[in-house]
Design a protein around this ligand. Structure first.
Ligand code: ADP
Ligand code: MG
Length: 384
């Protein structure tokens, strides 16, 4: 608690000490489902002050001071959303700021984490009536671009991919698996469709179509697999002229990630971890938990290379990026174990420190009146 209070004091816009920031972690509780009610479940999650999450094991457990002292029964996050929270509120609190940053040429990523059925896809994609973070972010992006009197040119490009069984697939034009390779911008899926987007209207339809292309479990034909990770990448490229008429090229990348179901895969003790690894349950999620552990423990070597997902998330977890994690949970006591596990990992993710994102900006042309500094930059670029 003491540590948290220190952060609250030194933190400015989520930054600590200027060049370091941490992953911002949020929790979203979904409403009780009909099925859960019918199974006679009761609510075992209590959110207090939009921040603290308490897990109650018994029906009349209301002594929060006592719960606070029990291990694994009380957690505190940047914000915790009760089941009445709207999609818009979730978007505004978690992601709106990142959209602004992307326009400034910084990278950002948001990932949803939690057991199958906890509300990840609802939060990320949503429905036609209640669009989620992915759609609201793109809508906001277009509004921002339109509202400002920019003197430059914006290009917004979308790509949507899936990681399933260590295979990367293009959700916008399904076909052969894609190969990951490293370039200037980090790890990219070679040959992925870059969809030029001009308005929000087309985006929801596009993403829904993409989601239908997600791998389905052979036994449950209509349900998308709980083992598929979906990643939407939005790249915003902007050419801007400064006061001295120098032209800069600015690129920002926003990654929005709907992770596979965390059930079983993120066991907390090493023995279960290993046996699951043998069974090859979800290599990518296991690798994610190893990376989180290594980052929290301040290890030199972070095992990003162990899976496709962690390769793709490398610059979101340890690199220069503004990162947000939304942990989704069910209110039902029948999911007590899963919920506790999700909260445990989300809480741990709070300890990760990332470098603050640099602006991806370069001088590409200098006017006659260009400053000496800009000229120097251009010289340096030529030399490289
Ligand atoms: P996940 O992607 O984590 O497996 P879903 O997002 O598919 O879970 O959610 C499971 C079900 O619960 C869906 O029918 C979804 O519409 C519903 N649901 C999830 N979160 C909410 C919410 N906040 N409000 C209303 N319904 C929700
Ligand atoms: Mg889902």
């Amino acid at each position: 608690l003491e540590k948290r209070e220190t952060y609250a004091k030194t933190e400015k816009n989520g930054r600590i000490g200027g060049d370091e920031s941490r992953i911002h972690v949020f929790v979203r509780l979904r409403p009780m489902a009909k099925k859960e009610k019918e199974a006679g479940s009761r609510c075992c999650v209590k959110i207090v002050n939009k921040k603290d999450v308490y897990l109650t094991e018994f029906a009349n457990e209301n002594d929060y001071l006592r719960l606070k002292r029990l291990k694994g029964r009380h957690f505190s996050f940047d914000a915790s959303f009760p089941d009445s929270t709207t999609q818009h509120e979730v978007y505004t609190t978690t992601t709106a700021e990142l959209v602004e940053e992307v326009l400034q040429g910084r990278n950002g990523s948001v990932f949803c984490y939690g057991a199958t059925g906890a509300g990840k896809t609802y939060t990320m994609l949503g429905t036609l009536e209640n669009p989620g973070v992915m759609v609201l972010a793109i809508k906001d992006l277009f509004t921002s671009i339109r509202q400002r009197s920019f003197d430059g040119n914006h290009v917004v490009q979308l790509s949507y991919l899936e990681v399933y069984n260590e295979t990367v697939r293009d959700l916008l034009s399904p076909g052969r698996p894609l190969v990951l390779r490293e370039d200037k911008q980090g790890i990219v899926a070679a040959g992925i469709t870059q969809y030029r987007a001009y308005s929000t209207d087309e985006v929801m339809a596009l993403l829904q179509r993409g989601n239908q292309n997600r791998t389905t479990e052979p036994t449950r034909a209509n349900e998308t697999s709980s083992r598929s990770h979906a990643i939407l990448q939005v790249v915003v490229e902007y050419r801007v002229k400064d006061a001295s008429m120098n032209i800069f090229n600015r690129v920002g990348k926003l990654s929005l990630i709907d992770l596979a179901g965390s059930e079983r895969a993120l066991a907390t003790d090493q023995r279960t971890l290993r046996s699951l690894e043998g069974a090859n349950i979800n290599r990518s999620l296991l690798a994610l938990s190893s990376c989180i552990n290594a980052l929290v423990e301040g290890k030199k070597h972070i095992p990003y290379r162990n899976s496709k997902l962690t390769q793709l998330l490398k610059d979101s977890l340890g690199g220069a990026c503004n990162t947000v994690m939304i942990a989704n949970i069910s209110p039902s006591n029948l999911s007590f174990g899963e919920t506790q596990n999700t909260l445990h990992w989300a809480y741990r993710a709070k300890e990760i420190r990332t470098k603050t994102s640099d602006t991806n900006e370069e001088v590409i042309e200098i006017s006659e009146t260009g400053t000496d500094q800009a000229k120097l930059l251009l010289e340096l670029q030529k030399e490289n």
